[in-house]
Design a protein around this ligand. Structure first.
Ligand SMILES: [Zn+2]
Length: 255
């Protein structure tokens, strides 16, 4: 009986992986019901491996796992969705790594993570469908912040709680949780000045669904401002800059 209860099935998305020993690979998986977990794929780097090419990132997998002492063990894999288009270009690929890393850092191992699994899955579907990767990234950041209970305050000053007036000078202060009005002397050093245009776009990301956001025409400088604001916000609340961010910046520079 023990042998039966050791095995379990789950959907999973590979968040990251590293090579172990001669032929093994350790995967960090995100699953809907078991949250984030590490699993080992034994012998996966041998050319004869049955698991071989299937255990890739940017795909929704169906796995049969055996509970193990250190890592659970992948015993069978089938691919449910392979988001092949998103891998064809560098921009969407970089965003796919970035959102996976944000998801990885946002959740603890073995905590239920259905909402974040759904978010990540949706982000991959959108990237695969060719939606502008910057829009997908900002949408994911805002939804993730919402799921984690760290959504930025966008309507009232975080210090005096006054509703913000159109056109007034504003600061973006992640350590205070959102937008600060100009009435407060000596604001924290980690801040940006925020234009009314960028504030409107941030509110749109909070409110609107992704299809509506994809259709918005935005000046590049406003998009850049929104990107900096969300990046600063998540870096503050998730402690440090995601590693994949550097890759993403490199890709943007080349574009
Ligand atoms: Zn204020």
């Amino acid at each position: 009986m023990a042998a039966i209860s050791r095995l379990y099935r789950t959907d999973a998305i590979v968040l990251s992986r590293f090579e172990l020993g001669e032929a093994d690979r350790v995967l960090t998986l995100l699953t809907p019901h078991f949250g984030k977990l590490k699993a080992i794929a034994r012998g996966v780097r041998k050319p004869t491996s049955r698991l071989g090419g299937s255990l890739e990132p940017f795909a929704e997998l169906h796995l049969l796992l055996a509970r193990g002492r250190t890592f659970d063990v992948v015993t069978q894999v089938s691919i449910e969705h392979a988001w092949l288009h998103l891998r064809e270009q560098l921009g969407p690929t970089a965003v796919a790594w970035y959102v996976a890393e944000l998801a990885d850092r946002a959740i603890e191992e073995r905590h239920e993570a259905m909402a974040i699994y759904s978010l990540l899955r949706r982000a991959y579907v959108l990237l695969d469908a060719g939606m502008a990767e910057g829009r997908v990234a900002r949408w994911f950041e805002m939804r993730l912040a919402d799921e984690l209970g760290i959504q930025p305050e966008l309507d009232r000053c975080v210090e005096c709680d006054r509703p913000l007036e159109p056109g007034e000078p504003l600061l973006w202060v992640p350590s205070l949780g959102g937008v600060l009005c100009a009435r407060h002397p000596e604001p924290p050093a980690e801040r940006l000045s925020l234009s009314t245009g960028a504030l409107k776009v941030l509110r749109a990301y909070r409110r609107a669904d992704i299809e509506a956001l994809a259709a918005l025409r935005l000046p590049p400088e406003v998009e850049a401002e929104v990107e900096s604001a969300m990046r600063m916000h998540l870096r503050h609340h998730l402690d440090r800059e995601p590693r994949s961010r550097a890759f993403l910046d490199e890709v943007s520079r080349r574009a």
